[in-house]
Every structure is written in structure tokens, then in C-alpha cells.
Design a protein. Structure first.
Lengths: 336, 336
DNA sequence: TGGCGCGTTGCTCACATGAGCAACGGTCGC
DNA sequence: GCGACCGTTGCTCATGTGAGCAACGCGCCA
């Protein structure tokens, strides 16, 4: 039992109880504890510092502003959105998606043309967006997304849903994500319609995309573009995951240039050059690819979960959430 | 997704984050969220009401003032002390003991003579008391406590330790708790010394006692006064536990008058008549006996844990700790 | 169309609170 | 024993905040 602290600490606890649980004024507390109201104020300040008083915001849409600030500062992001991690992994995905949807809704200036990738996460974003989330926002797909096997058309559905809900038009890229032969890819690319879509994608005001892990749970394996063997080969080459269907290494480089050449859609450099590129990614399996993306400037806005955020910042699971330096030296833009 | 609430609720969450995590002023938050500062204040009030903002005092010596107030009101107690329940049961015991010690220290007017029972809990109370916790407080034992088997002398040690630490004298009752034969008990009681101690006990300014469950974990079984069979018989007669060595039923009556007649020490009626009788009891096994005591006026001050408190109030484990009606219609005495 | 009632909004004002400052008291080295 | 120093205390004052109130908009029904 720490004797030196117990004096003021116990008093601080009593003061905190009376202040926060009993809604008494500091003056009243002073009268009860027989100390001056200024001392009460100081005790409360101490209690807050020492973490005796824990204030938590319990809500599915809550965010972690401290982590957001840290992420933005560390990786030079325009913005970051961090949602508290729920226990459930499925819940986590949908919270990230919801947060991304919120971000889209409140984004200013409103992007007249939104470039869109596809995948599980983005489909959830589309579902989370309210009807009429904006007016006249058009959508263009950034990479091919005709599914070869299960769930045909989700890529197209995602894009059209987002556009529809904002009263806009969706321009689809109705091609495979990865072609078997380079010639085929070049030929399709050369097609005026397809070429036009990619050209249009380059003019988008904002990009919204996700990322996939380099493992067999990847949507590319699901869709039949890649086999488990292909993934294993990519991992050998250092791939950590994919962005717009392009597999990258931890260094942010293309893992397999040959494969990449057969991948249809916007290139990584074009993504990197974009002013507003929003990455929505959550879950432990995507930590590595998320790190590759943020450390190499492939996104300007990051929407993610608390665990991923801590991973990216180097302080893993633990780290007291209360020890967030509320130092206003790094003021950020408002993101209401 | 609740659409009607999301408007103000989401806004409230954002406001709460900025207010509690970022230490922004309501005015600043208003500027960020583009609402007036009054609306911010109202949103925060709403968030607090709805339990979106959870404020918790994380400290071993923390207390639950809301429950204390409720207990005092419900059972007509002079005072109540409720400590938050830790996961560990051993920890719980020592927290209750610590709280009882705190209560003793700050009790006003200082009792010049303190009547004392004995047991595991009270021994911990004695240990928790700081040296010099008061000046010149004498202690008198309330019931016999010579252990027949293990841990001889703890009863005496408890009393002397409490007295010593306050620079006072301890008057012991060096007799068995329960006698085998009624005649023996009467004979001992008739002894001038023993009779004098009991007489002295009747003049104590305050009583501090605990309670034991009516099961084989009872200190009476440990000490060899009762056998497991005895306990079983008592339970059959409706016993829920013991106070000052006397087993009582849920109705607050003596479970076995014959046994009780052989039990040495202060009687229950004398305890009930006392102005300041402090019961320190914690743990699930003692819920029943605690209820018997508080519902039948056998104590005027209750020191216990959160679970027991909720049990006594009828709202078991659950019950949102934030939904404590902070209605100041039942003002209580100060217990700094 | 015009009252009526209800919830919401922006305001005034009084009170609660935190920052900053001077005075105090205890401790240490000389 | 004496003065410098550091942490603590009680204060002033500016700012932050909540209660209470009038005005407003809105839906409802006559």
C-alpha cells in the first residue's frame, strides 16, 4: 500500500466520486472533505492525469481522435478516421465501412466524380450510405471486377449503389481484374470504351479504395483470378496485399511486374499522385498491406480500426488510451 | 440503423469526443460542428443521459455512492459504504475490510469504546488500520472467541491490534464462543470478570462486527465449535448465517434457541438497540445473512461490496451503474 | 386558413471553474 | 542560524457552462 500517495490520492478518489457520480459542485465537495474548492479542483485534475477517472464514449460510431491525429501527423495524411475496435471481427469490418460512408457524406468539397475500387469492404460502404447521401455524384470504377465465380456483379453493384444513392451515374469497367495473357489485356485496354473509362477514372476528384491481404482469403482467390499457388508465389516475392488488384510488397513496390502488367485499371503511381485517395481498411489480416500503403503515400485519407491504427503507429495492442497527448501543436482540419 | 436518432445521436457522439477526449470548449465544438454552443451543451447532456458517455472511477478505494444512498434509504441505515466489486473474491474481502477501516478512522464522534466481534473480515480490518488511526480508543470484545483448533488467538489479536494502533486498551473475553452445556455457559457468565466484560461491552459507543454464512466454510466449523452436521441442522431450521456467533434465520430470528442459549456474549437485542453498529460483510456466500441483518435492523451502518449491495436492493447483477437517480431528495451525512 | 400546442432554438444571466499569481512554510546547504 | 529554494496554499479574475425564458417553426385540427 503506497502510503505517501494515499493521502491525496484517496482524497482525490472521494472528490472524483462526489463530482462525477454525485454531480456535486467543487465548492460543496470542499465543504464535505473540509478542503478549499481550489484544492478540490487540483485533486480532480490530478485524478484525471493519473487515470483514476476514466471517461469513455460507448457508441458504435465513436472514434478515436487521438489516434487519428497521430496517424495524420506520422504519415502526412490529410485525414484519418479511427473507429474503436469491437470484439467481433465482422462487426469491425462494418464499423470501418460505416465510418468510411460517414466520411464520404461529409467530405468537402463534394467530389463530382468518385473513383471506386471494389471488394467486401467497399460493398459495405455502399450499403451503409444513406439514400440521397449527396446530390449528383458520379462514380467510375478504377479496376476490372467481373467476378469469375461466386457473387457475380458485386463490383458493379457497389459502384451503381453508391452512384444511385447520390442521384448520379456509375461508369463501370466491365472487364476482368487480371487477364491471363498480356496481349489480351493490351487489346482490351486499347478498346475505345474501356480506354475511355480508365481515362475518366484519371479525372476523378477522389478515390475510394480498400486493400486485400496476400493470403488465400483474398477476394482474388474467391473470384477465381488467382489460385492459392499464385498467392504463395506472390508472398515469396514479398507481397503483403493488393491495392486496386495490384500486389505490393512492404516497400510499396509491385511484387510481380509480370502479373501487374496483366492487371487492368488505374496504376499505383496515378493513385499516389491523387489529391484525395481514401483507404478504408480494417482487421488484423490487413495490417501489413495497410502499413505498406500509408508509409508509401498511396493514400491521403485512412479509415481504419483502432488496432490497425496502433499497429501502424508502432505501439501495438496495449498503450493506455488515456495517455493521449492532448498537445494542440498539430491542429487538424475539421471533419464534422 | 436507427435513422431518427442518428442525426442528433451521431452529433452527440462527435461532440462528446471533442469535449472529453480533445478537451475542446463547447464553443470550439460548436464552431467545428457548425452548431451553437448551447446545442453542444444540450447534446452533451443528452449523451450523458443516454449513457453514451461513461465515467468510471478506477481505484481500489473507490466507492459506489449511488448504491450507498439507496441502501441507506431503503433500510434506514445511518450510513452505508459500498466498494466496487473486483473480479477476485479475496481482493473483495480485503477491499471491504479496508473500507471498514476507513470508516472507523473517519467516524465522528470518535467512539471512546469500541465493541468488537471477531473473524476473518475483522482481522483484515485491524490489519488495514494505520498505526495511530485514532487516539485513546479502547476496545472490548463482544463474544467469546477462543479458537479450539487452528489459528489460536486471532480473535484476541484482532482486538488488541485495533486498540494498540489507536493507543488504547483491549478488554478481551477469553472464553469459548459456544459452550457444550448450558450450565457451563451460565457459570462462566456468572464469573465476575467475564460478566464485567459483557457489562462493559453493553456500554460501548459503537459496535463493529461481521457475519458468517451458514455453511461449512464458517469460522465456527474451522474453530471446532460446530461440526458440519451442526451446520446442516441449523440450515434445516432456516439459519442463513451468524452474527456475534448467533445463528439467525432470514426473518432475523434465532435459528436454534437451545444453541443460542449456550452462546456467550452480547445478545442480538442489545445489538439491535445500539445506536452505532457497523456491519462489515462482503461476498456472495454472505448475501443471505446480510439481508437478514439489514432488513431486521441489526446494524445501523453497512460496509459491503457492490454485488451484495445490489442483491440487497433487489436488483441483482445487472443494472446500469449509470442509471443512478441523482435526486438529492435524500441528503445524507458527510462521511469524508 | 387560422389558431393551438409542442418541441426546438438562441438568448441572458448567474454560477462554476481553471489559469495565473503572490504568499507561505518547510527543507536544505552554507 | 540564515537565506535560497521548491512545493503548496489561497486568492483574483477571466472564461466556460447550465438554468431558465421568450421566440420561433411546425404539425395538427377545426
Amino acid at each position: 500500500m503506497p502510503l505517501d500517495t494515499s493521502d491525496s490520492e484517496l482524497l482525490a478518489v472521494r472528490a472524483a466520486e462526489l463530482y462525477y457520480e454525485e454531480n456535486k459542485t467543487q465548492d460543496e465537495i470542499g465543504a464535505i472533505l473540509r478542503i478549499t474548492r481550489w484544492k478540490v479542483g487540483r485533486l480532480l485534475a490530478q485524478a484525471r492525469e493519473r487515470g483514476i477517472i476514466r471517461i469513455e464514449i460507448v457508441h458504435p460510431r465513436a472514434r478515436r481522435l487521438g489516434l487519428e491525429r497521430d496517424l495524420a501527423a506520422r504519415f502526412g495524411l490529410t485525414d484519418a478516421v479511427v473507429v474503436p475496435a469491437p470484439l467481433d471481427d465482422v462487426e469491425l469490418q462494418s464499423r470501418v465501412a460505416e465510418a468510411a460512408a460517414d466520411y464520404l457524406v461529409s467530405m468537402r468539397p463534394v467530389p463530382r466524380l468518385l473513383g471506386l475500387s471494389w471488394g467486401r469492404t467497399l460493398h459495405q460502404v455502399a450499403e451503409s450510405l444513406p439514400v440521397g447521401w449527396s446530390t449528383g455524384v458520379n462514380v467510375v470504377q478504377l479496376n476490372g471486377g467481373v467476378s469469375l465465380s461466386k457473387r457475380p456483379g458485386t463490383a458493379a453493384a457497389t459502384a451503381t449503389m453508391i452512384a444511385q444513392k447520390a442521384g448520379g451515374e456509375a461508369t463501370l469497367l466491365p472487364t476482368p481484374a487480371i487477364l491471363e495473357r498480356l496481349e489480351t489485356k493490351r487489346a482490351i485496354e486499347g478498346d475505345r470504351t474501356v480506354g475511355g473509362v480508365i481515362q475518366l477514372a484519371r479525372t476523378a476528384h477522389a478515390y475510394l479504395f480498400s486493400a486485400g491481404p496476400a493470403d488465400t482469403s483474398s477476394v482474388h482467390v474467391d473470384s477465381g483470378y488467382l489460385t492459392a499457388d499464385d498467392i504463395a508465389r506472390l508472398v515469396e516475392r514479398g507481397a503483403v496485399g493488393d491495392v486496386l488488384g495490384r500486389y505490393i510488397t512492404a516497400d510499396g513496390e509491385i511484387a510481380d511486374p509480370e502479373l501487374d502488367a496483366r492487371t487492368l485499371g488505374l496504376g499505383l503511381d496515378e493513385l499516389r499522385a491523387a489529391k484525395r485517395s481514401i483507404l478504408a481498411v480494417g482487421g488484423e489480416s490487413k495490417h501489413a498491406v495497410a502499413r505498406a500503403i500509408v508509409t508509401h503515400g498511396l493514400c491521403s485519407v485512412l479509415v481504419t480500426d483502432e488496432h490497425t491504427a496502433r499497429f501502424l503507429l508502432g505501439r501495438d495492442i496495449d498503450a493506455d488510451p488515456l495517455t493521449d497527448d492532448t498537445d494542440p501543436t498539430a491542429p487538424r482540419e475539421d471533419t464534422p
